[in-house]
Design a protein. Structure first.
Length: 175
């Protein structure tokens, strides 16, 4: 069984059809691109789906942060073959910080986050250290996020409290 069969609704025949069209990996079925101003409403709709995963999420504040990232070309989306957003990443090059990362529940553990992080890393220099604040080690809510960050090369750093919630900073050194 190939990787494409991990996609809900893709059986052997559909996988064979996709392979004949040149799609051999899940990443080949998605487009990683910069978010543009005309994508704002679609991004907000996407974030509304995953907002429970983010302590302190506030729609208007997020929209302002998204607009700032778009202005600086620091907002990345992953789109599926149907053109729907399945992942969103916001970062600040000036602050060397990954500010927001979300993947649609149906697209998790399929390389979406890794692909967006790789795109983000391409905008930094070798040796730069990118930080992200996520759930603290041992928090059941943070198991998937921490696993993803570790797979992408992030290392645990200092413990923090954000929005009255225990968190941890993680650091990725760009190679």
């Amino acid at each position: 069984m190939g990787e494409l069969r991990n996609i809900p609704g893709v059986g052997k025949k559909t996988e064979e059809d996709l392979q004949m069209l040149g799609y051999t990996t899940i990443q080949s079925l998605m487009e990683i691109k910069l978010v543009e101003y005309n994508d704002i409403n679609t991004c907000i709709e996407f974030v509304e789906i995953v907002k429970e995963d983010f302590a302190g999420y506030e729609k208007e504040g997020f929209k302002k942060a998204l607009e700032t990232c778009i202005k600086h070309r620091e907002a990345i989306s992953a789109m599926n073959e149907a053109g729907n957003i399945i992942g969103l990443l916001l970062y600040s090059k000036a602050d060397c910080e990954l500010e927001f990362l979300a993947v649609h529940p149906e697209a998790r553990q399929k390389g979406t986050a890794r692909s967006m992080i790789e795109k983000m890393k391409s905008n930094f220099r070798t040796g730069d250290q990118i930080q992200v604040v996520t759930f603290a080690s041992g928090d059941p809510k943070g198991i998937p996020a921490r696993k993803c960050y570790h797979k992408c090369g992030f290392k645990d750093d200092e413990l923090l409290t954000v929005f009255d919630y225990p968190c941890q900073k993680m650091i990725l050194t760009v190679q």
